[in-house]
Design a protein around this ligand. Sequence first.
Ligand code: MLT
Length: 267
Amino acid sequence: MPTRHSIEFENDDYLAKYQIAVVLDVLRATTNIITALKNGCLGVIPVIHVAETKRLASTHSKIIIGGERNAVKLSGFHLGNSPLEYSIENVKDQLVALTTTNGTATIKVVAQKIPQVLIGSMLNATALANHLVLLNKNILFACAGTKGKFSLEDTLGAGYIIKKILLLKGIGQYHQKLNINKLEKNTFIYNDESPRNHNHPVILDDLAVTAYRLALYYGDDIITALYDSLHGQKLAQMGLVNDLLHCAQLNICNLIPSYEKGIIINT
Ligand code: MLT
């Protein structure tokens, strides 16, 4: 289970070894997608370019279009990128085409390389962890980041899901400080290139371990992490504190959204 940031995705043949990707853009694209589906949206079409999004709206009368650049709603679009706009009134029984700076592009790029792409956020984190444990496959956590850079909130989202997976696999005792004299099976997380990793129930890379440790640090106090993050501070300065509060909600739904042939639907 590694985590990666979007800048590394293009031309990355190593992605072929993963059977599932979980894409996270906690602020705000994937939270937004999950909110829309929770509110009865029929499906979300992720789009990279603004012009393509507008073209979709002009060819299909039932599609509403949403998105942002620099976190600001696009001219001529029905909706921006605030999850609060993706209400029952606005999206129930509608198809939404969404274009955002980082999130929708990450979904499209990852889907070119990995057969199954799921959409993650704080809202559905535990449901995703339960689902991933049952599937028992190689997972890539694809953190959208910000224009290719690390972002705290996406890494924390991945870490929170990893923390839940470790607990489900009975590796929760790693929460305690490691006692090097009492190393027991299941107290240790193995790196994916460690020679000692055979038969261990979970194998992580260093960034995934870092994400997990970040999740232990913040615990359920997600809003503090969002305020700590660069993008969270930018949104707060724009007066979008209610977006942060929405994105910080843990486990308010059990949706497992999946990208299937160009559209994200609930599975
Ligand atoms: C993105 O995809 O880059 C984000 O969702 C940006 C935003 O917060 O609007």
